[in-house]
Write a new protein. Sequence first.
Lengths: 293, 236, 323
Amino acid sequence: MRISRVATLAAVAALTLGVAACGGDDSDDAGTAPESKSFAAGTTMEKLNKAQKIIIGTKFDQPGFGLKGLDNKPAGFDVEIGKIIATELGIPESKIEYIETPSAVREEVLEQGKADIVVATYTINDKRKERIDFAGPYYVAGQHIMVKASDSSITGPDSFKAGGKKVCSVAGSTPAANIEKYLADKVAQLVVFDVYQKCVDALNGGQVDAVTTDNVILTGFIAKNEGKFKLAGQKFTDEPYGIGVKKGDTAFRDFINDTLEKIYADGRYAKAWTETAGKFDSAVPTGPSINRY
Amino acid sequence: MSVLVDNFDVFAGGLWVTFQLCVFAAIGALLIGTLVAVMRIAPVPPLRWIGTAYVTVFRNCPLTIVLFFAAFALPALGSNADFLRIPGLTSISSRLGNDLPYFRFAIIALSLYTGAFVCEAIRSGINAVSPGQAEAARAIGLTFTQNLRLVVLPQAWKSAIVPLGSVIIAMIKNSALAGFFGVVGDLSSSGTNLTSQGGEPIIPVFVGICIGFLLMTVPLGLLLDRVERRRAVGVR
Amino acid sequence: MNQQQSVLYDNPGPRARRITLIGSVIAVIGIAAFLYFLVYRPLEENGQFEMEKWGPLVDPNNEVFPLVWARLRDGFIATLKAAGLAVVGSLVVGVALAVLRVQLKALRERRFVGLPAPAALGLRALSWLLNAITRFCVEVFRGLPVVITIFFVATALPDLGVDFGDRLWYLVLGLTIYNSVVIGEILRSGMEGLPGGQREAALACGLSSFQITRMILLPQALRIMLPALISQLVVVLKDTSLGFIIGYEEVLRVSAFLIGNLENPIQVYAVVGAIYIVLNYLLSKLAEYVQRRLAKGRKTKGLPPIDVMTPARAGADGSGAAA
């Protein structure tokens, strides 16, 4: 079951990689010398294109998706998606401004117009849709559990119901809220930190038995600490990552959705993945189908 | 303001956890501080060096970094701070005996950090004891330890009580940081959790946290004011 | 170190010196053994001394060394910037607050003789109310953890429509609120601790209440309380590290990014901690120097000696050793 899935993914990866090689050149051209594009008057696209400037909200501390590098620039899959959208708007890479949008402030930032789009491991849900609109999803993550390679006692979230097993996640995050439902005693079983690296240290040191969050983050840690950790059981949630835009800006949302569908096809999506999060999870995801609500 | 009523148990629970943390850390800090203060005036030079180095390091290092080292360097040293699982006490405070060691790590960090300030408060108290006292004690043949134990420290404690109180109040406030280092369910972390995860409005939650901390700090502060005023009257 | 200590024990004779020497040797061996077996060995076994983890921080030939230090330098500049602004802000607001409270106290004691009874009563009620309000604010902000103040300034103000744009200003505002209250209390207790003759003499000269505060009390209080004030500045510098909670890119936040890239938390924090210790150590040395200069100068009588070692212990101030 598992093997066949991996094989399929690998096949898809190989295929898309091939496409990526061709598609890559196009996007590079577009990146250096953006063709002048024209948009219908009065739309956000036209406004951004005219201003030749876009502000993208992303995470600065999420390895693989948006992490501020040693050169002081954020890098990751979310950042690449943001760059592609900017390119499609006819804005060169150098004119993109990044602001940090931690989980707690993402809606605010859009409402107050501090960012034009937010690409920040932003799970689409109905509560958030009340305040902002989502384009995408462009990636579907899922919550998973990581344990020590030698541990066979945890097979899924239900293993925590008996109590005794301790799990770590990040404060205020959706994964932390999700796992809470499975715990017999929150105080004795759950510990939260500000970043996942600390959870991994705690797992390594034996203070906790498991770390839970989105699969791609965990695969990243597994790849880096070769042979030390493994995933337990199957992923138990679906977290579709969307791109946040201002509430009611349907034209802009449609434009981003079109862009996403375009880059699924021309290979830029796969290229963005292999250059960033692909280092953690080499299986390139297929672009999830866009939800135009 | 209904947030406060609806989540009363969250705030009360948070206050209880913070309170426990503060009591244990205060005890630890007083023990460490007294020990270091004695070391700093001991006749054996290396002890003095250790004492001075200790105070320099912990007084000048942000608590954030101390907490970080307690939570991550201690495990790297292979310790889960199990020595704090004191039989008997664990039945009063279940957190102390918890399998998750972060409550104990926070106690250690707060004790170590506050210990440096306690040491300085006690030293200022020792300085306030008139030299004649120690000289007289020496003249009747008391040794260094006897001198400290029977003559100097009891008097030093008295004049150190106000600065010590300030240090403990500061520690209570500092304990708010523990919530950011793996202690689940203390006053600050449960409050911020209510806003970030529960989506509760910020201002009422802020008021709730304020009340919690003020319940601990203001009475202590007023008590200190009183002690100080009474002492001032006594001196005059 | 001080005379007090030599008072505690006799000048050692040959036997005591021998015992001291043996004690010293045992202490040194004990410390060395402790460090080796309980600190060095476990860290070594954990691979915490590998060059892979230390290289980017200590080896100038490492390819990322310049980048890492450029980031840390930016971080420290941001830290110092926030600390500097917060210091200036807290000093200005603190002085104003101290003057306000002293003035209000003087106002409350006035009987307003000569005014018609209802007006006098109204004024007295007003001055009582103002006094109560300032007292309340001081008690509240002094009793709150500065982390909480910063956190909620940064989250609640944008909700209320006050938007500074840069996170720096939230941190500065949070620090200023807390520290100005503390500094205000330091100065107030300094002014109230001055001998009563100062005020009486000034009154006799015909100075108004505000003039007395401005020209007589405040300058003296500032001078007397200078060491305590400088210690409070060390506290501000340390508290700037709390900016990481609201995402201000000071040195600890920068460290978090570095750790995300390099995965060497213990090493990065050790280096940053060491820099903090050196910086603050220099500041407190400055405080000691200032104190010594002051002690050499005019002697102020009738005041308790101010101990720099316990920051801000003036009055019943509860702030002291805030992180």
